[in-house]
Structures are given as structure tokens and as C-alpha cells.
Design a protein around this ligand. Structure first.
Ligand SMILES: NC(=O)c1ccc[n+]([C@@H]2O[C@H](COP(=O)([O-])OP(=O)(O)OC[C@H]3O[C@@H](n4cnc5c(N)ncnc54)[C@H](O)[C@@H]3O)[C@@H](O)[C@H]2O)c1
Ligand SMILES: [Zn+2]
Ligand SMILES: [Zn+2]
Length: 384
């Protein structure tokens, strides 16, 4: 029997999130109903509002998708399994689960070679119906509504593929679990896995939001000697010191001579780019911050149609530098989400300290206003 739930729906770019009732249909083969308990306000949802992450009409046509909007936002989330469809094996009724914005089929070339962040089942993430069969389970005002990342955690209840959820221990606070499902994993993995920070490294993290703060704590945990946090906002810089930063600067421009001084001209081993929006021109200073043989990791999302980046290819080759992209910090959701939660349980990973404010769903637009103003490390929607 279809049921109803409240959800934050976006009807077009430059519009506010509209909290309204949706209809949710029963799970089919391989699907589960999840009652979301907490949803983190990640910058990636904001890219839908600005249009930075809205595919072009041609790209949507290639995916066989007629319209991107309306869409239910939210891809950071944690909740409780309320119903399971036929054939579901990895979770059961009542299980506590983390969302995973990249699904895990467990069978493709990537899942079977330790690269779960690249699972082939993630191919249609930005549009269309269910991962399982492409049809819709969610309707608003009588029309089908898409779920961001096939999750839609800005809803009380959604129907998702079992590939998109990961069982977690029942005693963990679900607001903290929700942060691990995207921001913590992505930032921490950007430092520890993709940048491969080694003991003694000098690491620069540019942009200290929900993602960058976790790149800072990842770099610290990996044994970096210097963790340099760059953000124009003083509040972010101060909080970064509590997460393991050793130095902070308001801009890359300001950081360049300081990093030169502290490394005796060697510059950073690793530079991790986590600003709110990844503009191509930011790469010029990122490259100046990177030393010989160094690595630049691009984690932040760029406007989808942007093709240019300011990279001096002569210097890139002659100084043996590299530029790497990363999705989900290049981690594997099924093994790394529980691993991060174990580190939280053991006291080495900070999660509670990431949450600046909690909001009921009705106040989602206030939460995003706070992100734009930079007054939250992370805001979290908590469902009653
Ligand atoms: N690759 C992935 O898998 C992945 C996953 C999640 C999020 N993201 C992306 O990571 C980025 C960061 O997300 P977030 O949720 O942490 O955002 P956020 O808005 O919480 O934080 C961004 C921070 O960057 C700072 N900033 C902006 N421009 C800057 C600049 N030029 N120099 C230094 N600091 C600057 C802001 O002051 C802010 O503190 C977004 O683009 C998001 O979409 C990527
Ligand atoms: Zn995210
Ligand atoms: Zn797979």
C-alpha cells in the first residue's frame, strides 16, 4: 500500500526547498523502505539549487531522463529499515543503516577490486527512477519525483535499493552516522586514501567545510607533520585547529609564502581542494602550493559544464606533480563506513564536534542559509 511522507522537494534552480507531502510506493525486488532519522546538509545538494550540478538537457536525454525536476534532495543520511522487498539479503526490518550515495552492487569490476566508490550501479545517479528497474516509487502532486543519488534523505521515508544502504550498529547516534555517509568519508578518504598522506608530510586543505574539516582530521590521523587549513572564515580556521590543523590562513595567496618558509622552499606534499565550488582558476595557486613530486586532489564539485582549469602543464611535467579527482574519497562504502564508525567509537575520529546546528525538516532553507553564510561546520536535519 502506498504511504505518505514529508519531503523537501526542489522544483527548479534558484528556488527554495519546498517541504510537502509525497507518496511512497512499496519496495519491489531488491529494495527497502528507509525511515530517515537524520540527514546532513552537504554542499552537493546546494549545487542543485545553483544549477552547478544540474545536467544539460542533452546529457539527460542520453540517460533517457525527460526532466531533472522535481527532485527530493539529500544524500547524507541515516535511518531505520521499515520494510524490505523480495530478495533483500544485506539488511532486515529494524536494522539501522547508513546511506551510501554511491551504491555497492558487490559484483562489478570496481566492487570486486576494492574500488567500491566507482561501482557500475552508480551510472545513473543523476536522474531517473530506481537503480533496480528504472521505474518510480515516489510521486509528488501526482507526478514522479527523482531522488538525489537515488536516496532522497531530505524525506521522512524513501524507497531505495539495498545497494544504497549499509547496516550499522544500533547503538550509534544516527546524526553522527549520517555525516559519515558522505562528508566524513569523502574528506577523510581524500587525505588518507586519495592523497595517500604519509607520516611527516606537509598537507594543505583548501576550504574547511564538512568535507575539508574531515580532510584535516584524516591528514592528522595519517601522521602529517603540518596540516595547513585555508578558509576565508575565521570560525572555520579556529575549528580546524581543534581537528588537527597546525597552521591556518585566510587564502591560498596568503598561505603560499608561509608554506614556502615553513618547508624551506619545498612546498606541500599534498594539496586537497575542498572549497564550496571548484572553479578552474583555483588550480593555479593550488599548483604553486604543491612541491616537487606532490599531489593535488580535487574533491570539490565544479560547475558541470566547466572545462577549463589553470594548470601549467610544463611545470606539472617538469616537477613531476599529479592531479587526482576523487569521489567518496576513493573509499569503499561497505567496508569503510563501518570502519570510520569504529574509529568514532574508539575515540580517534571526531563526529559530534562536526555538528553545529540541528534543524527540523521545515527549517531546511535556514540550514542552507547558514551554509552560505559559513556559520555551520555541518547542519543536520533531525526527523522527529
Ligand atoms: N567528490 C565527492 O565525492 C564529494 C562528496 C561530497 C561533497 N563534495 C563537494 O565538496 C565541496 C565541499 O563541500 P562542503 O559540504 O564541505 O561545503 P561547505 O560549504 O560546508 O564548505 C566549503 C568551505 O569552503 C570555503 N571556501 C570557499 N571558497 C574558498 C576558497 N577560494 N579558498 C578557501 N576556502 C574557500 C568556504 O568558506 C567554506 O568554509 C563541495 O563542492 C561539495 O559538493 C564532493
Ligand atoms: Zn555530500
Ligand atoms: Zn559494483
Amino acid at each position: 500500500m502506498p504511504t505518505t511522507a514529508r519531503a523537501a522537494v526542489l522544483w527548479g534552480t534558484d528556488e527554495p526547498w519546498k517541504v510537502q507531502e509525497i507518496e511512497v510506493h512499496d519496495p519491489k525486488e531488491g529494495e527497502v523502505l528507509v525511515r530517515w532519522k537524520a540527514a546532513g546538509l552537504c554542499h552537493s545538494d546546494e549545487h542543485l539549487v545553483t544549477g552547478d550540478m544540474v545536467p544539460s538537457a542533452e546529457a539527460l536525454a542520453a540517460l533517457g531522463v525527460e526532466s531533472f525536476f522535481p527532485i527530493i534532495g539529500g544524500h547524507e543520511g541515516a535511518g531505520i529499515v521499515e520494510a524490505v522487498g523480495p530478495g533483500v539479503r544485506s539488511v532486515q526490518l529494524g536494522d539501522h543503516v547508513s546511506a551510501s550515495f554511491v551504491p555497492s552492487c558487490g559484483q562489478c569490476r570496481y566492487c570486486t577490486t576494492g574500488r567500491g566508490n566507482l561501482c557500475d550501479a552508480g551510472a545513473g545517479t543523476l536522474g531517473g527512477g530506481m537503480i533496480t528497474d528504472g521505474t518510480h516509487r515516489h510521486f509528488v502532486d501526482g507526478q514522479p519525483v527523482t531522488l538525489l543519488a537515488k536516496l532522497g534523505t531530505f524525506a521522512e521515508l524513501t524507497c531505495v535499493s539495498e545497494m544504497s544502504v549499509i547496516k550499522v550498529d544500533d547503538d550509534l547516534p544516527l546524526d553522527c552516522v549520517s555525516l559519515v555517509s558522505c562528508g566524513v568519508a569523502t574528506g577523510w578518504g581524500s587525505a588518507t586514501r586519495r592523497a595517500d598522506v604519509a607520516p611527516g608530510d606537509t598537507v594543505v586543505v583548501v576550504g574547511i567545510g564538512g568535507i575539508g574539516m574531515n580532510a584535516v582530521q584524516g591528514a592528522r590521523m595519517a601522521g602529517a607533520s603540518r596540516v595547513v587549513a585555508v578558509d576565508p572564515l575565521e570560525f572555520k580556521r579556529e575549528t580546524a585547529m581543534e581537528f588537527g590543523a597546525t597552521h591556518t590562513y585566510a587564502s591560498m595567496e596568503e598561505a603560499i609564502p608561509e608554506v614556502m618558509e615553513m618547508t624551506r622552499g619545498q612546498m606541500a606534499d599534498k594539496v586537497i581542494m575542498t572549497p564550496g565550488v571548484m572553479y578552474g582558476e583555483l588550480m593555479e595557486q593550488a599548483q604553486l602550493l604543491t612541491g616537487k613530486g606532490g599531489t593535488m586532489v580535487v574533491t570539490a564539485v565544479a560547475p558541470i559544464e566547466q572545462k577549463d582549469a589553470s594548470i601549467n602543464l610544463f611545470n606539472l611535467a617538469m616537477y613531476n606533480k599529479e592531479v587526482k579527482g576523487t569521489i567518496f574519497g576513493s573509499l569503499t562504502p561497505r567496508s569503510d563506513i563501518p570502519r570510520l564508525l569504529d574509529m568514532y567509537r574508539g575515540g580517534s575520529l571526531k563526529l559530534d564536534e562536526l555538528i553545529t546546528n540541528r534543524y527540523p525538516l521545515e527549517q531546511i532553507n535556514d540550514g542552507y542559509e547558514a551554509m552560505r553564510a559559513g556559520t555551520n561546520i555541518r547542519g543536520v536535519i533531525v526527523f522527529d
